[in-house]
Design a protein around this ligand. Structure first.
Ligand code: URA
Length: 189
């Protein structure tokens, strides 16, 4: 059976596959353009996201919007989601069993979207999506390809909140991402 976006949303809304379902306020499904060529995958919803039920609405979201704007994109052109759909209390790292329980939702989102490029935001997403030994400090901005999809990772926006000097590094990576995206779009037309 082929799930639709609505089906996935309903499954996530009712999900009790891990203990985060008992502490969350609202699950956070991915958002954006369901026909986007570019998919961003981050770690897990933060406190603001948990309150509002939408990804990247807090301070990390402000950084992300600035980055997109500086690189000539906006949220309407991308799809953004998280490895976990529920907020881990205290913003702790996701546990292995939480990542595994939640992974099918991300798979369905990816299957329906069929993005040309996936950008992981931060170490946790990069280690789950690209490679378990991914080193964000050394490998950010490096492109690889899997099943006709280009993969890369950049620092998480919250890393910029902790160290604003990282913004220029992330902007440089993201400009290259946008160039690559345009190239992929033009060569698939
Ligand atoms: N940080 C994340 O990793 N995801 C969000 O949705 C918000 C903050």
């Amino acid at each position: 059976m082929q799930y639709t976006w609505k089906d996935i949303e309903q499954h996530i809304a009712a999900c009790t596959l891990c203990s985060l379902s008992r502490t969350r306020n609202r699950p956070v499904m991915g958002r954006g353009n369901c026909q986007a060529d570019l998919m961003l995958i981050a770690e897990a919803p933060g406190g603001q996201e948990d309150q509002q039920g939408m990804p990247f609405v807090g301070r990390s979201g402000e950084i992300l919007d600035r980055l997109l704007q500086d690189c000539g994109l906006d949220r309407e052109e991308i799809y953004i989601t998280n490895i976990l759909k529920c907020h881990p209390p205290g913003n702790r790292d996701p546990k292995q069993e939480e990542k595994e329980a939640c992974f099918p939702y991300l798979k369905y989102e990816t299957f329906l979207l069929r993005p040309k490029m996936i950008v992981c935001l931060g170490r946790v997403a990069a280690q789950r999506i690209i490679s378990p030994d991914f080193k964000i400090t050394k490998q950010h901005g490096v492109f690889t390809c899997r099943k006709n999809c280009v993969l890369t990772a950049i620092y998480h926006p919250s890393a910029i909140l902790r160290d604003p000097s990282k913004y220029e590094i992330v902007k440089k990576d993201f400009r290259e991402i946008v160039d690559k995206l345009h190239f992929l779009q033009s060569s698939h037309e």
